[in-house]
Design a protein around this ligand. Sequence first.
Ligand code: SF4
Length: 304
Amino acid sequence: MKSTFLSYGGGVQTFCLLLLAEEGKISRLDELVFADTGAEHPETYEHLEKVVKPICKKMKIKFVTVRMKKIVSDISRLNPEETLEYKKMFENTKKLSRNKRTIKRREEEQKMKIPRVMVTSLRDTIVKRRIVPSVNPSSRWCTSISKLVPIQQYIVSSKKNGEYVEQPIALIGLSADEMDRIYKPHHSEYVVKYPLIGLKMTRQDCIVYIRQRGYSVPPKSGCYFCPFQSKTQWVKLMRKHQDLFDDAIKLEEADLNFPTYGLRPAGGTLREIRGRWKDQSWFAVNGKDEGEEMACEQAGYCGL
Ligand code: SF4
């Protein structure tokens, strides 16, 4: 029966954990679970296919991809007049308690004949709900619905099928320089462990170890439209993946509260700042060492 899984984020730290497990330096893994938001950078998906999956195969551990599945109200097709009406209703119900708010909004949505649809990716959710992820850490709904919940659901159903022990262990890739991000899950589906902290390995140590093992440092993980990414990351996206940057603009501009609210809350809208960034020379990131640049920044945006 399985007992331990690696909660795989796609970036430096979790890749380091996989390599440590391969060398027998941390607990044996039964499988690797990757919660796919559907919005990782193409380089991350490529790294998963070309590097991570072959390592899992060699280690004889299963690579499991989990995805969200959620029913949401589809307000993507409201005309401007209906949008105003919806926004008013949304505002008016904000002060209700969580339960009452949900019930009231559902009732009002039914009156407005707003359809309920199934979404299977974070982008889909953003499009249908017309809400981009928030930089407010206390409302990290994007992480919750696209990562935490799908992993929990997978573990719950695997336990029901008798595939996992009653109290599985999830290995999480927080490093020793990220102690402030340690969290206690609000559920009891599995317990979490932080092997990199036990080994006193920082993110930079992980980069060194990955290179010593002969691998290149994986690209930074996270959704291409993540509001937590640095200016440098946005600029890199703009330069390397114009289509994804344009899509982030589209998502931002469709937000119910745009332009009051957006993906760069302190820096103007993406469309505005695209012009400014294009003119600046400091962000000449091409040619800069990928690993060194990432070493300066915080790890995965999700805060997992
Ligand atoms: S915090 Fe950022 S990377 Fe994580 S799910 Fe939300 S948008 Fe994606």
